[in-house]
Design a binder for this molecule. Structure first.
Ligand SMILES: Nc1ncnc2c1ncn2[C@@H]1O[C@H](COP(=O)(O)OP(=O)(O)OP(=O)(O)O)[C@@H](O)[C@H]1O
Length: 638
């Protein structure tokens, strides 16, 4: 489960000398000893179990709870418990030792006892300090382990969920699950729970100590102070509980707004929306500010009030106790010890109430995370799903109906046979449902009625991974990841040789572009591929598809951002790419559609015409009109 040291493997060169001219090729021998020493001090990083399978949802997502999260680390929890008990006990030795020091040392003029008490006091302080340090270390380790497990689980779940989840939930809100919700839990595990135990135990110990000093004084304390303190604490608990819910909700809004404006930065700049966005963000952060001020105000009332009650109580008890000392019912040492313990009695009450809020925040984060981890992907792999063997590529749609919202179908009763190796173009007006049909074929969504077959097998009966391996998609706006261009090109086939990459570059006409880049294939592409033009990004996506060699290819306006020269340059590449494969082209330009064996005209979610270009032009239907408009526009442009 554990590896010797994080990142150690990269440095275990056994003192190999750096190759000349390559300063970072290895660790220089004179530094190896220091590196080994450093690695020994590195903490062990447990390897979280990474299991990703479409058909295996999070096994414990619906039952997520604090208890289950810490259960794998029970031995560390036990150890922390021992340190907590030790800390709570030794903390309370002080007042008792003070009493002995005063009564048996100072009053009795016994310097030996006084020295002994002083030494014992020192030892108790050292033990408290050591126990505290050990407890913090162990709880810190537990929190780090649990958080690491949880982060991997949440990320794996996010990879598993279907596209519908991402259209229904704001990216920023999903981010808060990974940031503030997990951080809340971290705080709870690292300090909260242990403090809860320390303070709880302290209260019990102090109550017992107060009663052993003097039963009457202890009873007076409980009758006089506890009801007032309880009432105040109940108010605080309710008020701050509400306050923290507001804080949590408003921070989610702040992150959501920030993430959206970062993603839409181009549109914001182009439409001069900066001022509007700044004002909007000010309002959103204003609500967060208000929520924080509110909780601050509640804290500012509670903490000093409890202190005033504490001091008033101590004063009253000092007066009562002084009388008892005068009457000879109590020694001075006992009174001082009682008053000291009284101080330690108020603090845990105050802290416990505040900690309860940390606990509540952690619990509400657990609820949110549980919702996320127990969400079932809308496109779910059937338990008996089988690996799809290498397909010929025949695709059949049988009476397919689908709507993103169940009561608003965007595809109605569509039936279509696409032969293996055939190229079919989907054309039709904006919003007709062309891309939706393509998404159904790749099983990004499942039809609400009807079925889709590939080589005679229902898509729902095959394993999703084996299906997607054989279906390549080149989207209109391909996404490039921050990192070397090479990795982006080999996205679907990571162990591709440089020769194959070069061939792909040549075929799609990217050679010139790569040659112009400062580091060629190793040039680092910025996030989302912002440092490349949109046409170049489309070429990268075509190269990806070329390397993946899928049996079925879906090109969603895949060449729409290329100029005519580039498009004609890759025409041959496209022919090579489509050769022998089943292909679906979603086309706005009829010049692209004309390349297809058959054209499918989609309108308002239905197929209205199917046929070869010449047939459809002659049919005097929807396509004839589209073609007439297109030719007249082309003539005008000419
Ligand atoms: N995620 C979604 N949630 C809800 N409705 C959606 C979603 N995606 C698309 N739609 C709706 O479904 C309908 C079909 O959209 P689709 O993207 O398939 O059209 P299209 O024919 O590909 O259009 P275009 O040519 O403009 O790309 C549209 O009315 C659209 O508003």
């Amino acid at each position: 489960m554990t590896s010797p040291a994080g990142g150690g493997a990269a440095f275990n060169g056994g003192g190999r000398a750096a190759a000349p001219g390559l300063p970072f090729a290895g660790v220089p021998p004179e530094m190896q000893a220091s590196v080994d020493r450093l690695l020994k001090t590195e903490p062990e990083h447990p390897e979280p179990e990474v299991v990703f399978e479409h058909g295996r949802p999070d096994p414990d997502g619906a039952g997520l709870s604090l208890r289950r999260l810490i259960r794998p680390y029970w031995s560390m929890v036990l150890l922390a418990g021992v340190f907590v008990a030790l800390e709570a006990l030794t903390l309370q030795a002080g007042p008792k030792l003070t009493q002995i020091g005063i009564d048996d040392g100072i009053t009795a003029r016994d310097s030996g006892t006084l020295v002994l008490v002083a030494v014992a006091y020192l030892v108790s302080l050292v033990v408290t300090g050591v126990a505290q340090a050990a407890r913090v270390k162990v709880t810190g380790r537990i929190a780090a382990c649990v958080m690491n497990d949880l982060r991997v689980r949440v990320f794996t779940q996010l990879q598993r969920l279907s596209l519908s989840f991402y259209t229904g939930e704001k990216a920023g809100v999903i981010m808060t699950r990974m940031t503030s919700d997990i951080e809340n839990l971290q705080q709870l595990l690292q300090e909260g729970l242990a403090q809860f135990a320390v303070q709880g135990l302290t209260m019990v110990v102090v109550t017992v100590v107060l009663f052993t000093f003097d039963v009457r004084l202890a009873l007076i304390t409980i009758v006089m102070i506890v009801p007032v303190l309880t009432a105040l604490s109940l108010w605080f608990h309710r008020a701050s509980g509400k306050g923290y819910v507001r804080v949590r909700d408003t921070i989610a809004d702040v992150i959501a707004d920030l993430s959206e404006s970062l993603q839409g930065v181009r549109s914001v700049t182009a439409h001069n929306r900066q001022r509007h966005n700044t004002e909007h963000h000010r309002q959103v952060t204003g609500k967060y500010y208000d929520a924080n001020v509110r909780t601050g105000r509640i804290n500012s009332i509670y903490t000093p009030s409890t202190q005033v009650i504490g001091v008033a109580g101590q004063l009253a008890l000092l007066a009562i106790g002084a009388n008892m000392v005068a009457d000879g019912e109590l020694t001075i040492g006992e009174l001082v010890a009682f008053l000291l313990s009284l101080g330690a009695f108020f603090q845990p009450i105050q802290q416990l109430v505040q900690l309860y809020n940390t606990y509540q925040q952690g619990q509400s984060s657990i609820v949110k995370l549980r919702d996320l981890l127990s969400a079932r992907p809308e496109v779910e792999e059937a338990p008996g799903a089988v690996d799809l063997p290498k397909v010929e590529g025949e695709i059949v749609l049988e009476d397919v109906t689908f709507g993103y919202e169940p009561d608003r179908p965007v595809i109605s009763d569509v039936s279509l046979d696409i032969r293996a190796g055939e190229t079919v173009a989907f054309v039709g007006p904006t919003g007709a449902g062309k891309s939706t049909l393509a998404k159904l074929v790749t099983r990004f969504y499942d039809p609400t009625a009807g079925r889709i077959l590939i080589d005679g097998r229902d898509l729902r009966d095959v394993r999703i991974e084996s299906l997607r391996r054989q279906i390549g998609v080149v989207p209109q706006e391909p996404f490039l990841f921050a990192g070397p261009l090479r990795d982006n090109i080999c996205f679907a086939a990571s162990d591709t040789s440089d020769d194959r990459i070069r061939e792909a570059l040549r075929v799609v006409g990217l050679v010139d572009v790569v040659e112009r880049l400062p580091d060629g294939l190793d040039t680092v592409v910025q996030e989302r591929g912002q440092s490349l033009s949109s046409g170049e990004r489309q070429l990268v996506a075509l190269a990806r598809a070329f390397l993946a060699q899928p049996r079925v290819l879906i090109l969603d306006e895949a060449t729409s951002n290329l100029d005519l020269r580039s498009e004609s340059k890759i025409e041959e590449a496209l022919d090579a790419l489509l050769e022998g494969r089943t292909a679906i082209l979603i086309a706005h330009r009829l010049s692209t559609a004309m390349k297809a064996d058959r054209i499918v005209v989609v309108d308002e979610g239905r197929i209205v015409e199917v046929g070869a270009h010449d047939q459809l032009v002659a049919a005097d239907g929807k396509y004839t009109q589209m073609y007439a408009t297109w030719t007249s526009q082309a003539a005008e442009a000419h």
